[in-house]
Design a protein around this ligand. Structure first.
Ligand code: FCB
Length: 426
């Protein structure tokens, strides 16, 4: 087989991602914690990976694995545990975290909201309440004052559309709503919150700001069925593109649903943070519900799904190539802020990872300006409603002893991180 070697651009960022609630442990002032205590999930996050105390050792492992960047999140519920009360120790903690990253030459990529919201805000209506925008901007001001000098890459909101789907359409996280009207309000407030945070973060001249946008390749379950095709393109517009248009052009529009001018959101993306996992197959559902579409059961539909992760998610690196190429045409640098898989067999994790890196290399060759890649995740962690069963980590965590064990896939990924090169089949 003919092979060629592709060299990634110099200074390419190689690393992995985590989020506060999923790894830190004891995030007691957050809405997710309250949700778990109320018995709304099968497993509680508890101590998680105890990363709040063990971050330095975990970063040592990232260095051992050849990483040059690390994406993490700052926890709002720790920094502002009650409305207007600021916890200086929590802020100082994140100063230490960023210092520990810098000392190890790991470029910090900081997320300000990753699915968790302070419980006090949830009790005031959460993101449905328009005050959430100003409250978020105020929190971002505190974080920027403490960390702004040492952070270049900021993600304001992780996966706004997944957040809305999971918490306000599917009811799988707090507040457990299933309501389209509320969902629309929440999306608007998330866009506005991002827009309000943008100038605050730019008080540091070097700041680069984006969201981490989950961009599945949507496909119809039954290609011959016009309603499936229609609802798939509607979902693609509503989920993938409308929010990007809002942050580029200041107009948020989904045909037949919403059309709003949000001028303050115009030109508030300095780069694109893209999260990619696989394709999602969509079918139209005639029954009343918050959204006229649902994902198909990949076990039965459709025939194109030939490979799945241990969570049943579609595996399709070719679609990663297409998503990066399509986003690349919008002319901004792309940072892959998440991509990864839970596989019970680590050799399959490596196969997933290697083929997605190849797809990313090909998209780069074809002109997309990709500046970095964060594997999800550095550590096995608390996977929201799915609890601790899914293990996405480059590093295995034994939750009983908190022992870490580096997986073989992590060592192979390390070779690519270190050499900044990948072998491509011709
Ligand atoms: C993404 C989330 C992240 C993690 C991975 C598996 O949608 O951003 O927190 O749950 O999926």
């Amino acid at each position: 087989m003919n092979q060629s070697t592709f060299a990634f651009p110099q200074d390419f960022l190689w690393g992995s991602a985590t989020s506060a609630h999923q790894v830190e442990g004891n995030n007691v002032h957050s809405d997710w914690w309250a949700w778990e205590q109320a018995g709304r999930v099968k497993e509680r996050s508890g101590l998680a990976c105890d990363h709040y105390r063990r971050f330095a050792q975990d970063f040592d492992l990232a260095v051992e694995l050849g990483h040059s960047a690390h994406r993490f999140s700052v926890e709002w519920a720790r920094i502002e545990p009650e409305e207007g009360r600021w916890d200086d120790e929590a802020l100082a903690h994140y100063v230490d975290v960023v210092r520990a990253l810098r000392q190890r030459h790991l470029e910090p990529i900081a997320t300000l909201h990753h699915f968790t919201t302070p419980q006090w805000l949830l009790e005031q209506g959460g993101w449905v309440n328009p005050k959430s925008v100003e409250r978020f901007a105020r929190y971002v001001g505190k974080v920027a004052a403490a960390l702004g000098d040492s952070i270049r890459y900021w993600i304001t909101i992780n996966e706004p559309m997944v957040y809305v789907r999971m918490h306000y359409i599917q009811g799988l996280g707090p507040p457990g709503a299933r309501d389209l009207t509320q969902s629309i309000q929440v999306i608007e407030h998330l866009i506005r919150a991002h827009a309000a945070a943008y100038p605050v973060l730019h008080s540091a001249p070097h700041a680069q700001v984006s969201i981490a946008h989950h961009m599945p390749a949507f496909r119809p379950c039954r290609r011959w069925w016009p309603w499936d095709r229609w609802v798939t393109s509607l979902t693609d517009q509503a989920f993938n593109w409308a929010i990007l248009e809002a942050l580029l052009e200041g107009r948020w529009s989904v045909p037949g649903l919403v059309s709003r001018r949000l001028p303050e959101a115009r030109a508030t993306l300095d780069f694109f943070g893209v999260n990619f996992y696989g394709r999602q197959f969509i079918r139209w559902v005639p029954k009343p519900g918050p959204w006229p579409a649902e994902s198909c059961d990949l076990g039965h539909h459709p025939r194109e799904v030939t490979e799945r992760t241990s969570l049943g998610w579609d595996v399709h690196p070719e679609s990663f190539f297409h998503v990066l190429s399509r986003v690349g045409r919008m002319g901004k640098p792309i940072l892959v802020t998440e991509n990864g898989a839970y596989m019970t067999d680590d050799a399959r994790r490596w196969s997933y990872l290697r083929r997605h890196l190849e797809a990313m290399a090909r998209a780069t060759q074809a002109g997309a300006c990709v500046i970095g890649y964060c594997y999800w995740s550095l550590l096995d962690n608390f996977e929201w409603a799915d609890g601790y069963t899914p293990r996405f980590g480059l590093i295995e965590v034994d939750y009983a002893t908190q022992r870490r064990a580096i997986r073989e896939s992590a060592r192979r990924y390390a070779d690519i991180c270190r050499t900044n090169r990948i072998t491509l089949a011709a």
